[in-house]
Write a protein that binds this ligand. Structure first.
Ligand SMILES: NC(=O)c1ccc[n+]([C@@H]2O[C@H](COP(=O)([O-])OP(=O)(O)OC[C@H]3O[C@@H](n4cnc5c(N)ncnc54)[C@H](OP(=O)(O)O)[C@@H]3O)[C@@H](O)[C@H]2O)c1
Length: 263
């Protein structure tokens, strides 16, 4: 793969771009402002401004020229309440039909499974509960129907050296203490996305670290690690749900490297 576009070069997209560049891939990255596009340039990424709105795409559409694969790493919602990701993707494919022949890799979320208890694989029926999850289900369908080459990646909660949910939870009562953690580290997310890019794998893949401590164990550990006072937990029974991310390891060369979230 010589040339790749990353639509939505934010926290995850930028780390992916840097990884691919290190492997000799020519990467174009998009964001929504000139200032951010310029900052991508300083990170060695060819930055473009592309802004998807529900019925209009603005920016430098040469971004889509001569790319062999396109990652779409845009969250389902933004501040502007009229934005609808699935509508804007529909509009994008109409405006740039060449994309239908391009390999498309779409980052979705395990929120599409909703709060079903048990062990969930890619085969599990979808039960989106939030508005965002419903938009993701519609976007996944659009992507999978648009191109045979497409890949949908359902990411667990993203964590990294500079990102952990404990930062927003530490002064709140944490719910569902006996429920399981379904996270993915930025490092493994990037490697998993790269493995899917270079493989012939198609369809849907969960990307979730294979260690699922309880929320109580994990957030007690995380508070200590990040220097917060021990968190408080609510007492309801909650939902026990484990999202399995093994399938990708059978279809690509990818293996999880973050196998213990409590160290
Ligand atoms: N956060 C999680 O725990 C989690 C969990 C599961 C899945 N995911 C998925 O992972 C992917 C990456 O997440 P992230 O944390 O890297 O997100 P992020 O840091 O917010 O980056 C999002 C990127 O998309 C761009 N963008 C947003 N709205 C856009 C629009 N309407 N048109 C064009 N570009 C737009 C942003 O541009 P600007 O930089 O200019 O704003 C930014 O470059 C997303 O698909 C998200 O749904 C996240």
């Amino acid at each position: 793969m010589k040339s790749v576009g990353i639509l939505g070069c934010g926290w995850l997209g930028k780390a992916l771009a840097q990884n691919l560049i290190e492997q000799g891939v020519h990467v174009k990255g998009s964001c929504t402002s000139v200032a951010k596009a310029t900052s991508l340039k300083y990170a060695g990424i060819k930055g473009y401004v592309i802004d998807l709105q529900s019925y209009k795409i603005s920016g430098d559409l040469t971004f889509f020229d001569s790319i062999e694969a396109l990652f779409i790493c845009i969250p389902p919602k933004r501040g502007d309440k009229t934005f609808s990701l699935n509508q804007s993707l529909h509009h994008l494919f109409n405006q740039i039909p060449a994309l239908l022949k391009t390999k498309i890799l779409f980052t979705s979320s395990i929120s599409v499974y909703g709060n079903q208890p048990g062990v969930l694989t890619e085969e599990r029926k979808l039960q989106p509960e939030t508005e965002n999850a419903k938009v993701l289900v519609a976007s996944e369908k659009l992507i999978l129907d648009s191109s045979k080459n497409s890949v949908v990646i359902r990411l667990g909660g993203l964590i990294g050296d500079d990102r952990n949910p404990i930062n927003s939870l530490y002064n709140k009562r944490i719910t569902n203490p006996n429920g399981n953690i379904n996270f993915i580290s930025q490092k493994d997310a990037v490697e998993g996305l790269r493995a899917l890019l270079i493989s012939d794998a198609q369809g849907v893949f969960n990307l979730v670290t294979p260690h699922h401590p309880t929320r109580k164990d994990y957030y007690t550990f995380a508070a200590q690690k990040w220097g917060y006072i021990p968190p408080k937990f609510s007492e309801e029974e909650g939902v026990k749900k484990i999202v399995k991310g093994e399938k990708i390891t059978h279809f690509t060369s990818f293996q999880y490297t973050v196998n213990n979230l409590l160290i």
